[in-house]
Design a protein around this ligand. Sequence first.
Ligand code: SF4
Length: 313
Amino acid sequence: MKKVYFERAIFISWYCSLGDCTYCYMSTQKNLIEDPEKAKRSTSSLLAEAYLCKKLGWKIGNLAAGYGSYTHDSILELVKNIYEIYGKKFWLNIGVLPEKTIVALQPYLEGIYGAVETVNLDIHKKVSPNKPIAQIENMFKICDKYNLKKAMTFIVGMGETIQDFEKLKEFINKNKVDKIVFYALNPIKGTMFEKSSGPEIEYYLEWIQKTRKTFPDIQITAGPWVNRVGSVKMMLDAGANAITKFPAIKLFNSKHAKTIENEIKESNYELQGTFTKLPEINEEEIMGLSFDNSLKKGILEKVKEYVSSMHKS
Ligand code: SF4
């Protein structure tokens, strides 16, 4: 039976130095953040989350943050620490990175994301005025040089039509993209899309179907927000082979979590990991890590906090 993974995006900061993409939650926060350092999550909570991903059988889909939220040194330190606690390579999605940083991060990463979002250039200019696709393509070339895989994000429902699929096909071929994550536009309050209701599910599925048919080997990750968990089977049937976006810790063992597990059971896929069974925590494993004692204690405390909230739900 084919396996399906849950890919957890771990948000590492709520700051973005661009902060002007018209669909993005971070654009509604930029003016509220006085000190970007304070918008970062604590290292102990990030490492605790990475540890839980390992214990729950989830992949770290990516570490995610806005542009300019981490320096070369601070992201390198975090990535090394996450690699130690998680034990496997993972993906990074924090904007366009310089070659020097990519080289330093390479030993710990499976690949890097380019947040392309839409391949319709007229729409792109309007929704992401300061995030040119050319910069992402340049970064992809650097990834090729250092044998890193490349992922792109695509938000369905920002005004593109299915006729734009040809442009997506061209982009994937030109950049030899290994993985594509399809999100359905989730209208955020305070953005230009707040009154939108997001794309129809059939239209969203059409993007996955066409991509799978054209690229039999590409990895396709579907990002169902909570309101679309009842369509997970259709997303897998359409050609997705992983899912993301679901707030799996907050909604652990909830009716939505059970719906996803049932949807996967009804498809021809076998879920790796769980959304409903509490993980076993091994204190010795955490205390045996190479971090300093206060960080290890902080991680353990956070892990217990998360598990306790998961237990309540
Ligand atoms: S660059 Fe990314 S994080 Fe920053 S505003 Fe745009 S979409 Fe949001």
